[in-house]
Design a protein. Sequence first.
Length: 45
Amino acid sequence: MRKLLTMALVGGALVLSACNTVQGLGEDISSAGECGEDVINGENC
């Protein structure tokens, strides 16, 4: 669980640093959410 939380925080930092617009931020958050669902379901991002 700790590893997943660390990965989520690092991923979040990378996502936020890559965003240039509000629209881009929304897309990045959506993508991160989908990836998180994949991890929970035992799939790869």
